[in-house]
Design a protein. Structure first.
Length: 82
């Protein structure tokens, strides 16, 4: 065995080790992404946020209608007193 061949074997083995390490990193990344995609923890929070937005929208609409009615009542009272 020549000196260059031994160096080539060592270099080949280190490349193989690096490829295994890279494959393990890719596999770990794939598993992490899959677990994040399959989690349902954040869905409850989104549903509650949508519910709060719907309630707020209904409250704003209701307050606008009440404000219009109150203004009309006070205008009627004002015109009847004048």
């Amino acid at each position: 065995m020549c000196c260059k061949e031994g160096a080539r074997l060592r270099l080949g083995n280190s490349n193989l080790g690096e490829k295994n390490k890279m494959n393990n990193l890719y596999l770990a990344l794939y598993v992490k992404i899959q677990s994040l995609m399959n989690r349902e923890d954040g869905q409850d929070l989104v549903e509650y946020a949508l519910l709060v937005c719907l309630i707020a929208l209904a409250a704003i609409t209701g307050v606008n209608n009440v404000a219009t009615a109150v203004t009309k009542v006070f205008s009627n009272i004002s015109s009847s007193l004048a």
